[in-house]
Design a protein around this ligand. Structure first.
Ligand code: SF4
Ligand code: ZN
Ligand code: ZN
Length: 331
């Protein structure tokens, strides 16, 4: 197959766009579409300070570099979850890749450790809270990213969710007809009140394969390992399902997402955002008296006391939140 632009031998085939590109023209196509998405959804304004949630994986590192290339003051934030073991030190590998990128871009990287913040690593939280690990991982990441962005005086928080992440999230929400979550799923979540920062997902129109091709062709070194807890996750099963559909009918993912965006106002009107309150303990936004993160801290502290006071007392198990959303920062 030949490159659509220069007719040289193609390096990347894009069946969903019914086209192919050589290396140089693929990089040009990717950057052009990235800028188009950023502009179309008015993700940034001149002078914005941006905090990028990075994991060491291809999506977030590609995003960080692309944002710096369009002259934004973009700094990195790595949330160290304490995942992994001697043979696969997953979190350490992610941190190394982020530090390397920070050095190349000449931008600061802040590292926040879940263990130091909560008293337990993400795998330990699973045992303490008796909730699926991805649920605790997502909760701590969301809270800490928002807090760090606010405390650092940033205007926008950017994450590397790609098209496959968005489709998996959308599909999970459609399966349960969760109107509240459907109303909130968007490439841009505006700032709500003084304590909930604006969030953007500038890679939402690129598939995982397209981002991978971009990182490989532009020589970005990323962590290749998957999180050991990703296996069996519902979001991964949904991604596999859509990949099969995409193979049989190229362009299905893009059409599903595009049509959702075209119609998402329907969900917004049906479920306008709930009134935000502020947590009695940490003063961060919540819809309850005490936010989920502070409840998590309380459970961790209680579990430590139980260890010192003898055998554990029976505990009420909190119901699992519906379809924990894929974080998009898993690798
Ligand atoms: S799969 Fe992703 S969300 Fe789940 S534990 Fe691993 S990094 Fe966290
Ligand atoms: Zn070409
Ligand atoms: Zn709180």
């Amino acid at each position: 197959m030949k490159c659509r632009i220069c007719r040289k031998k193609a390096a990347v085939k894009l069946p969903s766009h019914n086209t192919a590109f050589c290396k140089e023209d693929y990089l040009w196509w990717f950057q052009k579409n990235f800028r188009r998405t950023v502009k179309r959804f008015r993700m940034f304004k001149a002078g914005d300070r941006v905090l990028v949630g990075v994991s060491g994986g291809k999506d977030s590192l590609a995003l960080w570099r692309l944002l710096v290339e369009i002259d934004l003051e973009a700094d990195g934030l790595y949330i160290a979850q304490g995942i992994g073991h001697d043979e696969l030190p997953y979190s350490d590998l992610g941190e190394d890749a982020c530090r390397e990128m920070a050095g190349k871009l000449g931008r600061p990287l802040k590292v926040v450790r879940v263990l130091a913040e909560t008293g337990a690593s993400v795998p330990e939280l699973e045992g303490i809270l008796r909730r699926k690990i991805c649920s605790s991982c997502g909760l701590t990441k969301r809270y800490l990213m928002n807090r760090e962005a606010l405390e650092g005086g940033y205007d926008v928080l950017a994450t590397g969710h790609n098209l496959d992440d968005e489709i998996a999230m959308l599909f999970a929400n459609v399966l349960t007809w969760d109107l509240q979550r459907l109303a909130h799923q968007s490439p841009v979540s505006p700032q709500r009140g003084p304590k909930l920062i604006k969030k953007v997902k500038p890679l939402c129109h690129f598939s995982e394969r397209e981002v991978l091709a971009y990182t490989m062709l532009s020589g970005i070194r990323t962590m290749r390992e998957d999180c050991p807890h990703a296996r069996g996750a519902t979001s991964i099963k949904h991604k596999e399902l859509f990949s099969r559909l995409e193979r049989d009918s190229p362009g299905s993912k893009r059409r599903f997402y595009k049509e959702f965006l075209r119609n998402r106002e329907i969900f917004e009107q049906a479920k306008p955002p709930a009134e935000l309150a502020y947590c009695h303990r940490c003063a961060m936004p919540t819809t309850n008296e005490v936010c989920s993160y502070c409840r998590l801290l309380h459970r961790v502290a209680a579990s430590k006391e139980e260890v010192h006071d003898g055998p554990p007392k029976p505990r009420k198990i909190e119901p699992e939140p519906a379809s924990p959303a894929p974080s998009g920062l898993c690798g």
